[in-house]
Design a protein around this ligand. Structure first.
Ligand code: HEC
Length: 123
């Protein structure tokens, strides 16, 4: 099962071309400290299928209150904000200036952020 997922992930990555290639070499490597790209949770929730999914609904047990009660769906726009600065993004997305997330800001902004989000779409 695990091996099948790995093979599928590698195949998806190879088909997705240049942007994802760059992401694997750089930007997305950062996420691996806390995230798995398979169905397994780590320090953070697994990211398989995160694009287009409702925020905070992957089944991860240790979500912050803000993400547990999230009412948005992960799309291009909010993921770009999230990987650039999750600390600011959580306030904006919840509409609560006091909202906090357990994920530290990753500073993957602009082109780097786009590469990361392009990679997330392949998961
Ligand atoms: C230092 C650890 C850490 C790093 C590095 C990290 N994250 Fe996270 N991430 C978390 C934690 C913890 C959560 C859960 C946050 C919460 O519940 O407040 C999270 C949540 C998320 C979510 C929301 C998932 C959902 O189901 O709603 C996304 C998307 C995400 N991270 C993407 C990324 C990406 C992309 C990167 C790399 C650019 C990254 N993270 C780097 C710890 C990390």
């Amino acid at each position: 099962m695990k091996k099948t997922l790995m093979v599928a992930a590698v195949a998806a990555f190879m088909m997705s071309g240049f942007v994802a290639t760059e992401a694997v070499a750089g930007p997305e490597g950062k996420c691996k400290a806390c995230h798995n790209f398979t169905m397994k949770d780590k320090v953070g929730p697994h990211l398989k299928g995160v694009f287009g999914r409702e925020a905070g609904k992957s089944g991860f047990k240790k979500h912050s209150k803000a993400l547990k009660n999230a009412n948005w769906t992960w799309n291009e726009e909010n993921l770009l904000k999230w990987v650039c600065n999750s600390k600011n993004a959580i306030k904006e997305l919840t509409g609560d200036p006091k909202a906090r997330t357990k994920m530290p800001p990753q500073k993957m902004c602009g082109e780097k952020g786009k590469a990361v989000v392009a990679f997330l779409k392949t998961l």
